[in-house]
Design a protein around this ligand. Structure first.
Ligand SMILES: [Zn+2]
Length: 120
């Protein structure tokens, strides 16, 4: 295996976590501008926006979770959740697909991206 893929929901979750950290770092940065109330306020608001954004992303994860399909992984026999046409097992990273056309093909996240592009 070359590039490591992680399941989509996990990826979004780490993105949301990153936003929280970014928010706190920006807010913390505001402390260095104590002398300038306007600059400090801007930092605080920016940090708050990051945290709000992460809440939105977490909410989105919740919405996505209801759309996942539970499947039994053929490789490790554990129940895993998949999202979209191709995703991977949460436990053993086995690529999974619901589309028989893609079965046996090399795992490629492009298949999902194409679908997303059509949507927007
Ligand atoms: Zn598995």
């Amino acid at each position: 295996m070359g590039i490591k893929y992680s399941s989509k929901i996990n990826k979004i979750r780490s993105f949301a976590l990153g936003l929280i950290f970014a928010g706190f770092i920006v807010m913390y940065g505001g402390i260095f501008f104590k002398s300038n109330v306007i600059v400090m306020t801007i930092f605080m608001i920016l940090g708050l926006l990051f945290i709000i954004a992460s809440t939105v992303v977490y909410f989105w994860i919740g919405m996505l979770s209801t759309k996942t399909i539970q499947v039994i992984c053929p490789s490790c026999d554990k129940p895993t959740k998949m999202l979209g046409r191709v995703d991977m097992c949460m436990y053993c990273r086995e690529p999974l697909t619901l589309d028989p056309e893609l079965e046996g093909k090399e795992f490629d996240e492009k298949y999902n991206r194409k679908k997303l592009e059509k949507k927007s």
